[in-house]
Write a protein that binds this ligand. Sequence first.
Ligand code: PDD
Length: 287
Amino acid sequence: MSTQINFNGVIDETAVISVFDHGFLFGDSVYEVVSTLGNNPCFLDEHLRRLRASAAAIQLEIPNSDAWFKEQIEKTLAAARNPESYIRIVVTRGTGEIDIDPITCDKPNVIIYVTPVKAYPKENYENGISLALVSIKRNPREALNPGIKTGNYLNNVMAKMEARKLGAADALMLSPYGFLTESTTSNLFFVQAGRLMTPSLECGILAGITRDIVLKLARENGLLVEEGRWPGEALDNADEIFLTGTLKRVMPVTRLDGKPVGDGRPGPVTRKLARLYEARVASLVHH
Ligand code: PDD
């Protein structure tokens, strides 16, 4: 097992980035996190598509083809020799002058990290995790649209710190207009009277790839699904809450602001969708 870094196509586990890289200086970068199953990247096409959409949204041109990314990821996975890996793809604006204007940056830097995956403990899935509704707000779409997966995550970093201070595992953020959005690195779902609800993209959230799959699975399985806008209080009557993300997959939330959610145990809808999601991921790998 090892950590390997692919820096512009060259694997070097001691790779370092220039202090003049605008990704470092200004968070001027985009990224994706991809998980593996059987050490094969899961939903790589979807992640590459979102990476390109994020790059386009900040007018960053990625010079490499999807085939190039796939080849480099494969090469780096092979070098790392992990049973399962965490893959992080970062594309920065590149090195330039210490000036906010990206015009001085010559070319993007592409970094692919491959490191042994740190799976969440089984106990988290069996008992659920705790969340806190924090005071820091998700960025409004009119500022840095949360739909763009940039390297500027300070908003989420601060939310995470606040959650920890409140004794919770992770944070739930509202939009500046008071609507539920998402957690720091995952999307929010809740269940009320058998209906599955999740904040709509208009609330200012990342269009999660896991979220998308879970929504599809829910609809295919006859669940009533609603994407919409809800204030934080909507969660007071939630029977179930869960988060979705590449690393968390489908993660039950059983405490919110120190109070139990529903009966305080992962609920039937959460467990069913978790099962369906795991089956979906497994089916991809075995083809
Ligand atoms: N985060 N919302 C935010 C703010 C995220 O950063 C992520 C992913 C998600 C879930 O998206 P997906 O299902 O496509 O992973 C939602 C990754 C895992 C991370 O930054 O580590």
